[in-house]
Write a protein that binds this ligand. Structure first.
Ligand code: MCA
Ligand code: AMP
Length: 504
């Protein structure tokens, strides 16, 4: 009988009365309490008829119960599919339908549209609200607080995480038990996590960073977390004295640096600050060290691969780099045209291989074949180089992607919405520097001859169909888009033109 993910991360703590989650209201949830809550959810899902391998789509606010559904899925051999709480019902419909989810767990506020969708698709729909109440909790309440862990192999699927594509169609990245477990264990070793660590957790739990990096590492080490609903400066400042580590996107660090209450004294006792999901500006790294004496440890990962590289815990954490490949991860720089490896120092596409690399995109064999080579190397779409000392530098992207506050935004998705509107001949969506989010979205719209599009009306349509974080912070009108001789839109020229739009 075995289930590597459940046994390794959760089962290992059975019966422990040590704290796992410290909540904002002062409540503490022990490992034992958490695991019994998860077992009840596993029983509830079994009662709903779910079978190992079924997908469970979850769009709920961050709460201990939400995290317990992840544990319950691992224990019951179900595939956990967390979804950004900002997604609109339009966006959700695609993920739910594409994944063939058997169960949708959503906030009570979405019960009607998602219940209708579930009925249409032959799925079940249950609710779980931010305060932990809901129909799933009601069902779980009276069920046993133990559950016979379902047998699974390391190669079985544990989670689907959707990641957008350059064509505008999202892809479900299939992650196995071993992908998650091996990476968590590697990071515990590399970052020297122990049961004494208390992680300040202010990230969302529907993405790799907050769920697999922060949470799995804490679980694998047997530590605990301050489990905050979201990033809130007041809360961070208040909890920091009792934490030992924090993980965040660069916006966390720039916001902390902008707050007078964040001082050297406040951070003095901290063991480690980790940054990732987006480039940390070297100037932020340096400013942070000047203020606190701590060097932020920057690492690099992807939904498809978990973490690939990290700056060293003990050696020099070098600003503007993402450090070295993690143990067990091979990383090479290749020529985007030929796929051949390039000499040290040259810029090319980053490819990675290792136990962390996903199994492929759900029901998309062509897309999988285009990005995941037969020999196991995954083409990340990032451009980088390795310097003579082995540090990996990310210098750009070979994919049309904007990263705003750590959230990925694929321009094509927004362009498709804009292009569909009356009076719009075509559009180009670009990312420009932003002091808070790192990058932000600008929509460039070319009107049909003789028309003047109403930018407010365009924003209304975008608001209805896409999550808030994807909305252009500005729409500008241009007579025509710059193109090269092949007719391809030159987004670089647009980025240069609007570079200073949000300059502080
Ligand atoms: C919120 N808003 C955003 C973003 N977040 N707009 C653009 N980009 C964003 N990232 C909008 C809200 O809808 C709202 O709109 C306004 O901005 C402020 O909302 P609020 O709730 O106050 O949010 P916030 O505090 O400003 O949020 C910023 C944040 C948050 C704390 C940086 O976005 C965040 O937690 N980001 C982390 C994302 C993450 O976990 N990424 C990991 C992906 P309005 O102004 O209209 O009210 S995993 C990954 O990338 C890989 C694998 C890796 O390597 O980790
Ligand atoms: P996601 O699709 O959310 O998995 O985002 C993965 C992408 O985030 C990578 O392909 C990189 O482009 C970017 N990324 C993650 N960590 C870093 C980092 N430390 N520096 C630069 N880019 C990063």
């Amino acid at each position: 009988m075995a289930n590597p993910l459940y046994d390794g991360l959760f089962g290992a703590h059975a019966g422990k009365t040590l704290p796992f989650l410290h909540l904002q209201d002062g409540q503490v949830i022990t490992y034992h309490e958490f695991l019994t809550m998860a077992a009840r959810f596993a029983n509830a899902m079994a009662r709903l008829g779910l079978q190992p391998g079924d997908r469970v789509a979850v769009q709920v606010e961050k709460s201990p119960e939400a995290l317990a559904i992840y544990a319950a899925c691992a224990q019951a051999g179900l595939v956990f599919l967390p979804l950004n709480t900002a997604y609109t019902v339009d966006e959700l419909s695609y993920f739910i339908e594409d994944s063939g989810a058997s169960l949708i767990v959503c906030d009570g506020g979405n019960a009607v549209p998602l219940g209708d969708l579930a009925t249409k698709l032959g799925a079940k729909c249950e609710t779980l609200n931010a305060d932990g109440s809901g129909t799933l909790k009601d069902l779980a309440r009276d069920l046993p607080d133990v559950f016979a862990t379902v047998d699974r192999g390391g190669d079985d699927l544990a989670a689907f995480l959707y990641t957008s594509g350059t064509t505008g169609r999202s892809k479900g990245a299939m992650l196995t038990q071993n992908n998650l477990l091996s990476n968590a264990r590697t990071l515990v070793g590399e970052w020297q996590f122990t049961a004494d660590d208390v992680l300040l957790h202010a990230l969302p739990i529907f993405h790799t960073h907050g769920l697999f990096v922060a949470t799995n590492v804490t679980l694998a080490a047997g530590g605990s977390m301050f489990f905050l609903p979201k990033f809130d400066l007041d809360q961070i400042i208040e909890r920091l004295p009792d934490a030992t580590t924090m993980m965040g996107v660069p916006t966390f660090y720039t916001r902390l640096l902008g707050d007078d209450r964040f001082t050297r004294e406040l951070a003095a006792h901290m063991r480690l600050f980790v940054s990732g999901s987006a480039p940390l500006l070297a100037e932020t790294h340096i400013q942070f060290e000047k203020l606190t004496g701590h060097r932020i440890l920057e690492r690099y990962g992807m939904t498809e691969t978990n973490m690939n590289t990290s700056n060293p815990y003990d050696g020099e954490r070098r600003a503007g780099t993402v450090g070295f490949p993690l143990p067990g991860v091979e990383l090479k720089i290749t020529d985007p045209e030929s796929g051949d490896s390039l000499p040290t120092g040259e810029v090319g596409q980053i490819e990675v291989r290792g136990p962390n690399v996903f199994k492929g995109y759900w029901q998309m064999p062509d897309k999988t074949a285009a990005e995941l080579r037969q020999n196991g190397f995954f083409i990340t779409g990032d451009l980088g180089r390795i310097d003579t000392e082995g540090y990996v530098h990310i210098v750009g992207r070979n994919k049309d992607l904007i990263i705003s506050g750590g959230y990925n935004i694929y321009p094509k998705e927004i362009e498709l919405v804009l292009d569909d509107q009356p009076g719009v001949l075509e559009s180009a969506v670009i990312g420009v520097p932003h002091p808070d989010f790192g990058e932000t979205v600008v929509g460039v719209v070319v009107p049909e001859p003789g028309t003047t599009p109403d930018t407010e009306a365009l924003m209304d349509v975008v608001r209805h169909s896409l999550a808030r974080f994807k909305h252009p912070r500005k729409i500008v009108i241009l007579d025509e888009l710059p193109r090269n001789t092949m007719g391809k839109v030159q987004k670089n020229a647009l980025r240069e033109k609007y570079d200073g739009l949000f300059a502080p």
